[in-house]
Write a new protein. Structure first.
Length: 238
């Protein structure tokens, strides 16, 4: 059983205080006591051609006993009231039992997926993530979500690079994204200059996930082999 503490940006409950309390708890209790966000949706972007994976759908690659996308959903369900999938292939993803939305503006890449997700999620904020991240970390995501209040984008910086598909976006980004798409500029990083953005540095997140496994992507067969080996050698990742 998961003990969920409901968290809204205006509720007055400080998630950092909750995490400090959790640090004092036994591991089993800590795992079951999670904040639950009521004004942030989880938005899964399930597009892309998977060219580096030979056209195989990365979301349904198995790592251990589960597919990547099932691992993601299992990680997110305890902390988000709403998880939606942005895809143009409803038949492929209907087995997951989550609301699905097709691209409002097809052919606009990940930026178009973010645009669709923020328009369709029915909450002020959306945690945007890719469908090829097998080791999502609930505490890392909770920390990013808490820090997102008042910002248009809250985004990790790992190894000197921003992680736009593991970040929280506000609905306030929608008109700026639309203008970029109208100009044919589909690079997400161009949005960063238009809105208020909070960067969360690697050092902060390493206190939660020391090996920074949360941001690992499976893009190539070599990445898949590495992820499978990580699961074989670390039972906490299974």
């Amino acid at each position: 059983m998961v003990l969920a503490i409901y968290y809204g940006h205006c509720s007055g409950l400080a998630i950092k205080d909750l995490m400090d309390l959790m640090d004092l708890m036994e591991p089993d209790v800590k795992r079951d006591m999670l904040p639950r966000f009521i004004d942030i949706s989880a938005i899964l972007l399930a597009g892309g051609a998977s060219t580096r994976m030979g056209g195989r759908n990365k979301a349904f690659l198995k790592i251990g006993a589960k597919t990547i996308i099932q691992r993601e959903i299992d990680a997110l369900e305890p902390i988000f009231d709403r998880i939606i999938i942005i895809t143009n292939n409803f038949d492929t993803y209907s087995c997951l039992g989550k609301p699905m939305f097709a691209d409002i503006k097809p052919g606009h890449g990940s930026l178009g997926g973010i645009f669709t997700g923020l328009n369709c999620c029915s909450t002020e904020y959306g945690f945007i993530f890719a469908c090829d991240m097998p080791f999502l970390n609930q505490e890392v995501i909770s920390y990013i979500c808490k820090r997102s209040w008042g910002h248009d984008i809250t985004i990790p910086r790992i190894g000197g690079y921003l992680e736009p598909l593991h970040a929280v976006y506000s609905a306030r980004c929608i008109p700026f994204i639309e203008k970029l798409m109208q100009r044919g500029n589909l690079k997400i990083k161009k949005l960063f200059n238009e809105v208020d953005m909070l960067e969360i540095e690697q050092q902060e997140l390493a206190t939660i996930d020391p090996c920074l496994q949360f941001h690992i992507n499976v893009n190539t067969p070599a990445d898949l082999d590495k992820a499978m080996e990580m699961v074989r050698t670390n039972s906490q990742l299974s």
